[in-house]
Design a protein around this ligand. Structure first.
Ligand code: DLL
Length: 438
């Protein structure tokens, strides 16, 4: 295989050099973090007064973890390390209780993020001759602009098609000779099935590769997409708190995702004991930003369960690879790539007085896409009436309020009070019927 490197010096430096670079960057990051309200307090409590109290990479263990809850509590500017005039952009993702977690970028942050995404895309064998169709949501979600900038940096011909509008997607592929697409794996499968339905011949498109991520999927799903569309599919991992995409990415070897360790310091911990685990063991990924200036984040608990590969990759990159994400250590659902916390749904349902006390969240596959149904009990009495209008209005009110809150359009089913199962122990509010074959 012919390997190509976007930033060979960074991608292939030896590990000692990489670790020295990481230590220097960690200290810079700490200096920035100490300027923020949130970390100023948090680090002082942990006895870290200045960046030089960190003498080795191992000293990272003295720094307290950061959680999504912390980001929410610091909303909007408690973690901002630069003046607001220096901020160029924000992105956001859902928080556990409806308050978004907001991430800020200054000019250098946009440049370093763009570099990481460019490096990721280039490592799959793409170059400036490729036509790239970005079939993912633009806007507050990081997947759109993150990939857009990275692909432009390489000089690719970028089509910012966004997600949805399936028939138009493959028409654009035909019109412009798209060679690479980016989408969630479920949307890729959906596009393929619509192509077959509408009789679009595979030979009428020039697709060679796809980047698929933002939600978990199995090796079988990857193979299925590859066989159906006759392309190579590369796994792409990231999270808003760490820029977005471009945290870890598969290279041409397609065997684990290189986690860009010059930009992120990675640890794997046991989510229960919080102890660091040896390389190779499966646990929760914890990440510290090393390059971010506007909003450094220290020891962020991603809740994603993975493990490091212990053997080096034939591509020659020094950055360690993580395994396909096995699941999460919290209850966050990912529905067609969108993060949804059950607590957000509960807030909406409980905030509507005609809704009863019990509800059930059902997630299942509808074709290749995810479908969310919220079954809600209604207050006693409302079903007795012959007039269906109040029920329809209530259903629509719940649906609209939910859609505004979680950005996913759910189906709402109203059921009689006391008809949903009540568990004796912890309430089981989520029924995830999607196949788990990871
Ligand atoms: O999903 C960023 C992204 C955009 C990644 C485009 C890849 C492509 P968030 O919306 O903050 O950011 O969601 C982050 O999604 O903690 C994982 O649980 C999950 N996730 C992301 N990529 C993968 C993947 C973007 N390849 C959360 N496999 C993360 C499994 C993934 N889960």
């Amino acid at each position: 295989m012919n390997f190509q490197y976007w930033h060979p010096q960074m991608e292939k430096m030896d590990r000692t050099e990489l670790q020295a670079f990481q230590l220097g960057s960690l200290r810079k990051t700490l200096s920035g973090a100490l300027k923020t309200d949130f970390y100023g307090r948090r680090l002082a409590e942990a006895g870290i007064a200045g960046a030089d109290s960190v003498k080795s990479l191992d000293d990272i263990k003295r720094i307290p973890f950061t959680t999504k809850e912390d980001l929410r509590s610091a909303f909007p500017y408690g973690m901002l390390a630069v003046s607001r005039e220096d901020v160029l952009r924000l992105h956001a993702s859902s928080g556990t209780t409806g308050v978004p977690t907001t991430i800020y970028f200054n000019r250098n942050d946009i440049a370093s993020w763009t570099g990481l995404v460019a490096r990721s895309i280039f490592s799959t064998g793409c170059d400036s001759r490729d036509v790239f169709q970005n079939m993912i949501t633009y806007g507050l979600f990081t997947g759109g602009l993150g990939f857009h900038y990275g692909a432009e940096e390489i000089g690719m011909f970028v089509i910012p098609s966004g997600s949805g509008n399936t028939s138009r997607q493959f028409r654009m592929m035909q019109d412009f000779g798209t060679t690479v697409v980016h989408a969630t794996p479920s949307f890729l499968l959906h596009v393929e099935s619509r192509m077959s339905e509408e009789g679009v011949a595979r030979d009428s498109i020039s697709l060679k590769r796809a980047f698929a991520g933002a939600e978990p999927y199995s090796e079988d799903t990857r193979r299925r997409i590859e066989e159906l569309l006759r392309i190579d599919v590369f796994n792409s991992y990231g999270l808003s708190e760490m820029n977005g995409p471009g945290v870890a990415f598969e290279c041409q070897c397609k065997n684990g995702m290189h986690l860009w360790e010059d930009a992120f310091l990675a640890e794997i911990i046991d989510p229960d004991t919080l102890e660091t685990l040896p390389d190779g063991e499966s646990g929760e990924l914890v990440l510290t930003t090393l390059l971010r200036e506007a909003m450094p984040v220290l020891r962020y608990r991603t809740r994603d369960i993975t493990a490091f590969y212990t053997e080096p990759c034939p591509c020659g990159r020094v950055h360690r690879r993580i395994r396909r994400i096995k699941g999460r250590s919290d209850d966050m659902l990912i529905i067609n790539g969108v993060n949804v916390f059950p607590s957000q749904i509960e807030d909406v349902v409980m905030g509507i007085k005609e809704a009863g006390n019990n509800y059930l969240i059902v997630v299942e596959k509808d074709g290749f896409l995810d479908r969310l149904t919220v079954k809600t009990e209604v207050s006693a009495g409302i079903f007795k009436d012959d007039d269906a209008r109040p029920l329809n209005a209530l259903r629509e009110n719940i649906r609209r309020t939910l859609q505004n809150s979680i950005t996913v359009n759910p189906r709402v089913e109203l059921v009689e009070s006391n008809s949903l199962p009540v568990s004796e122990g912890k309430a089981k509010r989520v029924l995830d019927k999607r196949p788990k074959d990871i």
